[in-house]
Write a protein that binds this ligand. Structure first.
Ligand code: C2E
Ligand code: CA
Ligand code: CA
Length: 718
């Protein structure tokens, strides 16, 4: 005979199962192990961890997809079955089956004088109990061997089925088809329906209160009974009375004929709500931009493909439908984001999305493709005209300033338009061509729209190759420094040179800086290039006579780089050039943002003796006001004024006003672009202190030659 002691000790030795990892490893290592006991420090049993429960719990954490919306209960026993080792298996089995069958199925703990001994499984207990009974029976000679086996088998099956029904996470309900009364409902029914099973057991559907619940069940029953036995299921809406939540249940019904002639109705249902909701959410996340709630690139692309197919079909029928894509890009988003921070940037994007929605009709789709890139999709007859109207409305609405707390920012948008089938024959090409047109509107001054045309294509390809070449030139250090002389009018001698960058290109020849400096700024390459120029200029000037200086152009963007000041310090100390022989030329755009960092940077440099010149004076908007913001040492009057000399009255009066003011402020004034003797005489007469231009000399790689040549002497004499 098998005793409880043997059962308990036959199971693997009980360890102190503390972490889920060791529990998991143990279940994995021992596929037969159904239970792991939990004991306290004194080896007293405190609970059981059941294999399936534990794995379900893990599944709940990690395998949502696996279990969909089924609520997997955590069944860590608070009140385990405990039995003294010397109890007879048969006695314990009938005791446990009588009222504790659910617990028994999970196993039991065997103790000896109250101290933990081991655990046993229900199946083994039942087998032991049956054997015990059969042994007694066979002693009496009442049963045959086969009867023993079938009896045991039936017992096992019944308990197994009971356990499965009770623990399965689906609703299981059984009714008698004659009386219509519920005979069985499992645990999951209660949570799925939000009603205690007592409400059902022994009752018919039309006896169930409250009536709202009854109505729902009656309707559901009417619908699903139509499919009974076909294996089909229906998804029905259900308002759960416990919390009034709207759920979706997948329900099926099967008639079951019992061997004793009774017929039953088996109803099985699953709650799909959470899975559906998760699916909807995933669907939404996959198709909409979180920040602006506009459709994202994926949805835009999907709709675009759909529209193209629609247009193809319409055209086959002879209807003249087109698709238009408007690529929309914000003009000054980056500077808002950089200066006011990301929160302000996010707010801008949300406001922009609102404005777009306001401008568009419901059948016109706006989308955020990413960053500050948006797109609009139009489909219908005559969209070429509609596209222009929409583009006009968008550019105008985007140019009105946005209110962001204390700030009012004007953003502006540029737009490129491309049409299907006129400009492209598939979605990808269409988007690309709208982008090309967008690029054109950006380069033509922003805040405007352009329709794609074939010439833009070649231009763009050319720009791409120039971009690649420029990147390569930066990493190879392919640039040259040329120096243009600056003449001091009172001393009559060359007092310095402006360093100008040159890019000798193997196919394009000498690329002028106006073609590559803006590109370098856009590509973020200006910092390494500018730093190279600073070093090259200081190195060159350190070999010139002590009374000659060098001027280096510094882009506004370079002031955003934290390394600028230290680069200049290093270039000076390495070359040995005295700081007062270095001049930096900046344009007023440097001061536009009014950033304290930039001013600090300029002051630091000025403190060590480097001079700062305001370049291209007169080409900006509010030049004179910038003179008050920073104590410049020099003003360089733009060559557009010099060009008008000596005849233009406007040029004459502007230059004399500037020189008068500069004299008062103690500033040097340099006239740029002096090409003729007459211009030189004029700028001198108007009070400029220095002159620069082709007449004095073009930029050259060998400025030392100019210092020695006769040119300087001749000019000085004139
Ligand atoms: P900028 O600072 O106004 O430089 C003067 C430009 O005017 C130079 O053109 C120069 O060659 C040209 N120029 C000088 N005298 C005359 C003249 O008598 N007549 C005419 N028509 N033009 C004259 P360049 O070298 O093509 O440079 C163009 C611009 O590129 C420069 O304008 C400057 O803004 C920028 N640049 C050049 N080198 C650098 C550099 O190293 N760093 C940065 N950030 N910008 C640079
Ligand atoms: Ca300059
Ligand atoms: Ca200039």
């Amino acid at each position: 005979m098998i005793t409880l002691r043997q059962l308990a000790l036959a199971t693997p030795p009980a360890g102190k199962a503390d972490t889920s990892e060791t529990i998991y490893q143990r279940f994995e290592r021992e596929p037969e192990c159904l239970l792991i006991p939990v004991v306290d420090d004194q080896h007293r049993p405190t609970g059981l961890i059941e294999r399936n429960t534990f794995l379900l719990r893990l599944a709940k954490q990690y395998g949502r997809a696996l279990f969909a919306a089924r609520s997997v209960q955590i069944i860590m026993d608070t009140d385990p079955l405990v039995v003294e080792a010397d109890t007879a298996p048969g006695d314990f089995a009938s005791l446990a089956l009588d009222g504790h069958s659910g617990q028994l199925l999970k196993g039991f703990i065997v103790v000896e004088n109250g101290r933990y001994l081991g655990v046993g499984a229900a199946v083994d207990l039942l087998r032991a109990a049956a054997t015990e009974r059969l042994e007694t029976a066979s002693q009496l000679g009442e049963l045959t061997e086969s009867l023993k086996a079938s009896h045991l088998e039936a017992e096992r099956n019944r308990h197994f089925a009971e356990a499965v029904i009770e623990h399965i996470p689906s609703l299981v309900a059984v009714r008698s088809s004659n009386s219509g009364r519920f005979l069985l409902m499992n645990r999951a029914s209660e949570s799925i329906l939000g009603v205690n099973r007592e409400t059902f057991i022994g009752h018919r559907i039309d006896e169930i209160a409250p009536s709202r619940l009854m109505d729902q069940l009656r309707n559901a029953d009417r619908l699903i009974s139509q499919d009974a036995g076909t294996g089909r299921h229906r998804d029905l809406a259900y308002v759960r009375p416990s919390d009034n939540d709207h759920r979706v249940l997948r329900i099926s019904q099967t008639p079951v004929d019992m061997p004793d002639g009774e017929s039953l109705i088996l109803t099985v249902a699953d709650d799909l709500t959470d899975a559906r909701r998760a699916q909807d959410r995933i669907q939404h996340l996959a198709h909409f931009d979180l920040l602006t709630a506009l459709p994202n690139r994926a949805l835009f692309q999907e709709r675009l493909e759909m529209s193209l197919r629609q247009v193809d079909l319409a055209r086959q029928r002879g209807a003249l439908m087109d698709v238009a894509v408007l690529a929309v890009d914000l003009d000054r988003f980056k500077s808002v984001n950089d200066t006011l921070g990301h929160n302000a940037g996010d707010a801008v994007l949300r406001l922009v999305a609102e404005r777009m929605k306001d401008v568009l009709r419901s059948d016109e789709l706006a989308s955020r493709l990413g960053g500050d890139e948006f797109a609009v999709l139009l489909c219908g007859e005559d969209v070429a005209e509609t596209a222009k109207t929409v583009a006009n409305r968008l550019t105008s609405v985007m140019s009105t300033p946005l209110e962001l707390g204390d700030h009012s920012v004007s953003i502006g948008a540029s737009i490129g338009i491309a049409l299907y089938p006129q400009d492209a024959d598939n979605a990808e090409e269409l988007l690309k061509r709208a982008d090309i047109a967008l690029y054109r509107s950006k380069s033509e001054g922003k805040g405007v729209w352009r329709r794609f045309d074939a010439t833009m294509h070649a231009e763009l390809a050319d720009r791409r190759s120039l971009e690649n070449d420029l990147r390569r030139a930066v990493s190879n250090g392919d640039f040259k420094a040329h120096f243009q002389p600056i003449l001091d009018l009172s001393q009559g001698r060359i007092v310095g040179f402006e360093a100008l960058m040159r890019w000798p290109h193997e196919r394009r020849g000498m690329v002028p800086p106006n073609d590559f400096i803006p590109l370098a700024e856009e590509l973020g390459l200006i910092n390494p290039m500018g730093e190279w120029m600073i070093r090259a200029a200081c190195d060159a000037a350190s070999l010139w006579p002590q009374d000659t200086s060098v001027a280096v152009n510094i882009s506004a963007m370079q002031f955003k780089s934290p390394g600028l000041v230290s680069c200049i310090f290093q270039a000076l100390s390495k070359s040995g050039l005295a700081p007062n022989r270095l001049e930096l030329e900046v344009t007023e755009t440097v001061l536009i943002d009014d950033e304290p960092e930039v001013l600090k940077c300029l002051r630091q440099l000025r403190e060590i003796g480097v001079s700062i010149a305001l370049d291209d004076f007169g080409t900006g908007f509010a030049s004179l006001s910038y003179l008050q913001r920073f104590p410049f040492d020099k003003i360089k009057i733009d060559q557009s004024f010099t060009r008008g000399l000596p005849d233009s009255r406007a040029a004459t009066s502007i230059i004399s006003a500037v020189t008068a003011l500069s004299a008062k402020l103690g500033l040097i004034t340099t006239a740029e672009g002096v090409e003729t003797e007459a211009q030189l005489q004029a700028v001198s007469r108007l009070g400029c202190t220095q002159a620069q231009g082709y007449l004095i000399g073009k930029a050259t790689p060998h400025p030392e030659m100019l210092l020695r040549s006769a040119t300087a002497g001749r000019l000085a004499a004139s």
